[in-house]
Design a protein around this ligand. Structure first.
Ligand code: ZN
Ligand code: FE
Length: 244
């Protein structure tokens, strides 16, 4: 039986996370959203890993600026067909229902528009791993630059169908500011209040709060807990105006 993939968090830029994914069976690696290739290549080199693939969730430069250097180091870039015009480094175009492969593992591509119009996520069911880019964040939700609250609500409903033990790998360390908003969105939710204290403690120690899990998000993420698109839209508008 194939060994599980290893997933390593690589902090890049101010508060982005690139995710290195390694298959020990084939000694092959991929990276999700290398906003800067330097730290990704350094981490891969330190581990003796060769990165053959870049998987891009959306066109924003803080997720794609490292693509060219990753290609120069031998990787091919796979990303959203709907954003091909904005991602000149793209080699392979994918969308809803397509798959990405690393070794024997397969990730399903989900079209999750709203933050950007062609944003995609990657779900590895057998691993219980979901790469959400700038859609679902720990205790929060990406801004709606190119889409509607209805679209993002629909994305979150799809995420909500995944098991509690699904690990969520998102694109930013935004949890502390999301927690500050979450306590105002649900002032009577003890789980949110507790998690905020835990998150503030972790950040004070310089610890990352990602990955999170669907189970934890289900109890403490107001956007995932919203049961109607109207409530979701109200939360998103309030967060846009929130001065934490
Ligand atoms: Zn973005
Ligand atoms: Fe981003």
């Amino acid at each position: 039986m194939a060994k599980d993939l290893e997933i390593v968090r690589v902090p890049v830029l101010a508060d982005n996370y690139a995710w290195l994914i390694y298959d020990p069976t084939t000694a092959d690696a991929a990276v999700v959203d290398p906003g800067d290739a330097g730290p990704v290549l350094a981490e891969a080199k330190a581990r003796g890993w060769h990165v053959s693939q870049v998987w891009t969730t959306h066109w924003h430069p803080d997720h794609t600026d490292g693509n060219a250097a990753m290609k120069a180091a031998g990787a091919t870039v796979t990303g959203p067909r709907a954003e091909a015009a904005k991602i000149p480094t793209l080699d392979t175009m994918i969308g809803e229902g397509d798959v990405v492969r690393l070794g024997t593992f397969t990730g399903k591509v989900m079209a999750v528009p709203g933050h950007t119009a062609g944003h995609i996520a990657f779900h590895f069911e057998e691993l219980g791993a979901l790469f959400t880019g700038d859609t679902l964040f720990a205790m929060g939700c990406g801004r709606l630059f190119e889409g509607t609250a209805e679209q993002m609500f629909a994305n979150f409903q799809r995420y909500a169908a995944l098991p509690d033990d699904t690990k969520v790998y998102c694109g930013h360390e935004y949890t502390a500011s999301n927690a500050a908003f979450a306590v105002t969105a649900e002032p009577d939710n003890a789980a949110i209040a507790e998690r905020r204290i835990a998150v503030d403690g972790m950040r004070a120690e310089g610890e990352a709060t990602i990955p999170t899990t669907m189970g934890l998000e289900r109890t403490t993420n107001p956007f995932l807990r919203a049961t109607t698109p109207e409530r979701f839209a109200e939360l998103r508008a309030a967060k846009d105006d929130f001065k934490g």
